[in-house]
Design a binder for this molecule. Structure first.
Ligand code: GN1
Ligand code: MG
Length: 368
């Protein structure tokens, strides 16, 4: 996709654009690196308007969240690199609406950093858990009002499942025959998808501010890949349960293969990486997590993996409207792989639960 230079020129950034090139590999927005001859690089993003029906809500949240993070992290060494920083337009707006009706935003570019598609060591895993745990802790005192829900019911697994069944019934693309087993797999898990919401309704687990998309590659490490530096992809930072973050960290951080692995024999998770993430997360969360929240962490890994599998499968049946795909079966392949990971996690559920509870009990409170 070509980007008109005029778009970048709307923002408070250097003026002489050298080139604009695609950046990153998210499934939703389009990201570009903008290089200037008269100043530092910036990052330009087109907000996916289909996925985020209210882009102004997304930007409202992001401005508040990044300013709050900077107020706490800005004074640290490399403080400016520890959260995203929004670049406003020359009209002092947080985004630009172009003549085609597309929404654009700009960020200062971070120093060279790297992210992982798969983790190698328990030390890295520990940092992943700690970083997203600290992220929640840092936002716990964000002043009111409540953040916007940028996507309604984003992690409402029961509604996600109901929607899958609805789309499967309608079968608009005539793809259901190829996905029958996967549809059944999801249906068989109906009884488990209400659990967290029930606990929330009873007041046993509280709403917090969560990231909601803690995919491993949304955490940037320093250039050498040793120390975590910055959490990216703040579009879905909004009210949520801590489980949404923990579960997705485990799904993406402990997997032994890619999210869309075709060979299901290769799909598994690594127990040492699970231990590392849990240790880091519980250390950062010691100051705010309650006992019931901790008791559901192992389960949340299963639930979040199931949920994203349901979403991939629904999108496959609908004709790939939501996630970017590289071939026609891509969403089905992703769903299969995620459901296989669900099977693996289910088989180890008791062990994972014990491991979390032991880590929690043995954990000294950590200073952030
Ligand atoms: C999307 O934007 P990205 O690639 O980090 C999606 C997540 C899914 C993930 C699956 C807004 O994340 O919810 O878990 O793909 N983001 C949105 O890879 O739907
Ligand atoms: Mg995202």
């Amino acid at each position: 996709m070509e980007v008109d230079q005029k778009i970048a020129q709307q923002f408070e950034c250097p003026r002489e654009i050298r080139r604009i090139t695609p950046l990153g590999n998210g499934h939703i927005n389009d990201t570009f690196l903008v290089q200037f001859s008269d100043g530092p690089d910036h990052v330009l993003q087109r907000i996916n308007h289909f996925v985020f029906p209210r882009p102004e809500w997304v930007m409202d949240n992001i401005v508040r969240v990044t300013e709050h993070l900077q107020s706490k992290l800005g004074h640290l060494p490399n403080g400016h690199q520890r959260s995203l920083r929004v670049v406003h337009t020359r009209q002092a707006r947080s985004m630009h609406l172009d003549e085609k009706g597309q929404f654009w935003r700009m960020y200062h570019r971070l120093h060279p950093m790297q992210s992982y598609e798969q983790l190698q060591t328990p030390r890295q895993a520990y940092f992943v858990g700690r970083s997203f745990g600290e992220f929640q802790a840092l936002l716990a005192d964000l002043p009111l009002p409540r953040l916007h829900e940028t996507i309604a019911d984003f992690h409402h697994t029961p509604r996600r499942l109901a929607r899958l069944m609805h789309v499967a019934q309608a079968d608009p693309q005539r793809r259901r025959v190829s996905a029958q087993r996967e549809i059944e797999f999801a249906r068989e898990r109906q009884s488990r998808v209400e659990l967290l919401l029930d606990l929330q309704r009873r007041g046993d687990i509280p709403e917090r501010i969560t990231h909601n998309d803690t995919k491993l590659n949304n955490l940037m490490f320093d250039e050498a890949g040793n120390e975590p530096m910055c959490v990216l992809d703040l579009d879905t930072v909004m009210p949520g349960l801590v489980h949404y973050d923990f579960g997705d960290m485990i799904r993406t951080g402990c997997a032994t293969c890619a999210e869309d692995e075709e060979d299901l024999d290769l799909v598994d998770f690594d127990l040492e990486l699970f231990r590392g993430i849990s240790r880091g997360y519980l250390e950062a969360g010691h100051s705010f997590l309650n006992q019931t929240e901790v008791e559901q962490l192992a389960f949340s890994a299963i639930l979040m993996t199931l949920e994203v599998g349901i979403r991939f499968l629904t999108d496959y049946l609908e004709g790939d409207l939501y996630f970017k795909v590289h071939h026609p079966e891509h969403n089905l392949q992703r769903a299969r792989s995620q459901f296989q990971l669900v099977r693996r996690l289910e088989a180890a559920e008791a062990e994972l639960h014990d491991l979390v509870m032991q880590t929690w009990t043995n954990q000294p409170a950590a200073a952030l």
